[in-house]
Ligand binder design. Structure first.
Ligand code: SF4
Length: 365
């Protein structure tokens, strides 16, 4: 389920020994033209190397943002932002040890535990989210993964939210054989399962499950025909090389995730990462820009940590290619900007929320 630092630096890449594809080669010219960018992006780039991704991160900020914007405009309306509301359907007492998480039973975070929500509460939350303008309800359950007896309850939640005309996303940990298919049959649209960080840094963050476990769940989700929501967290004490590795892994999945949440660590008192130093906000923007370039068609979501970002930083993140946000005053257990603040910011930027898929279909008749 969900959710600073020492910014490391990647080893510099000896470019003359590296066979860069056209897009990466573009960045050897600091004042590249739009024409060059367009030509480079026509390349059907299927497999990214570490050197290529690192080269993107190292670009001068104006060049990086320029390309990210150009890619973004080819695939998306830059004035539209998709809005998802997050609902915790089972809170706290999680057996896992994710070092950033307030919901782990291993840390004293003062979080109040709540058992599985009933369907009336889920329906009421879906109605509130829709009335406020969200197009998707993301439901998060704090556990290692659903037990067989839980799957029926999750299926009923999915059906309930669909009845209210919202897209559905579920974040419920590791899945066992057959569970993804059952959720898909109930109408689930997206399954969220974040990689969190690079494989190299992973053991510093989580020890109760492996990177391979995570990749296996993502494979099950894909095979069941569900859309994948998968991203990571900036600020877990990782280096830039880890951010490079994380984004490369995401982009090189058999199919890039349709939704890519990029979170900024919200340090929670009582967790092992409570005193982690923050990452330079511009590094967060760089991470979003690189994600946009590597995964052009995906929705890149500016996720946890937005509450502590200035309006200007959020605007920069949108310029870098972020086109999705979590919307609502709470993100499972951490604060988020108020809905009024989000509406005001989008209005100042001349931007608006993207309608949900069913609404867009209706609009096309
Ligand atoms: S698996 Fe448990 S500890 Fe890890 S992020 Fe999810 S709720 Fe938190």
């Amino acid at each position: 389920m969900v959710r600073n630092s020492v910014q490391g630096s990647i080893h510099s890449v000896p470019r003359k020994e590296t066979r860069l594809p056209p897009l990466a080669r573009l960045f050897e010219h600091p004042h590249s033209s739009l024409k060059q960018a367009e030509r480079a992006m026509e390349t059907d780039h299927r497999e990214w190397t570490t050197e290529e991704v690192a080269a993107l991160f190292e670009q001068p900020f104006p060049d990086l943002l320029y390309t990210a914007q150009t890619v973004h405009r080819r695939h998306h309306d830059p004035t539209r932002v998709q809005a998802s509301t997050l609902l915790s359907v089972k809170t706290g007492a999680c057996s896992e040890d994710c070092a950033y998480c307030s919901q782990s039973a291993r840390y004293e975070t003062g979080l109040e535990r709540e058992s599985l929500l009933d369907l009336d509460a889920v329906r009421a939350a879906a109605r509130r989210a829709k009335a406020a303008g969200a197009s998707r309800l993301c439901m998060g359950a704090a556990w290692r993964g659903p037990k067989e007896r839980d799957v029926g309850a999750l299926e009923a939640m999915v059906r309930t939210v669909k009845e209210e005309g919202l897209e559905t996303c579920l974040s419920a940990g590791l899945l066992k054989d057959g569970q993804a298919e059952r959720l898909a049959a109930a109408g689930l649209d997206y399954y969220n399962h974040n990689l969190d960080t690079s494989e190299s840094h992973y053991a510093e963050v989580v020890t109760t499950r492996t990177y391979a476990d995570r990749l296996d769940t993502l494979e099950q989700v894909r095979r069941a025909g569900l859309k994948v929501c998968c991203g990571g967290i900036v600020g877990l004490g990782e280096s830039r090389a880890d951010r490079v590795e994380l984004l490369k892994t995401l982009a090189n999945l058999p199919e890039p995730p349709q939704s890519v949440p990029i979170n900024r660590l919200v340090p929670i008192p009582g967790t092992p990462l409570e005193e982690t130093a923050g990452v330079d906000p511009l590094e967060m923007v760089r991470t979003i820009a690189v994600a946009r370039i590597l995964m052009p068609a995906s929705h890149v979501r500016l996720s946890a940590g937005r509450e502590s970002m200035s309006d200007e930083l959020q605007a920069l993140a949108f310029l870098a290619g972020a086109n999705s946000i979590f919307y609502g005053e709470k993100l499972l257990t951490t604060p988020n900007p108020s809905q009024d603040e989000d509406h005001a910011l989008l209005a100042r930027l001349g931007m608006a929320f993207q309608p949900s898929e069913p609404c867009r279909r209706e609009a096309r008749g």
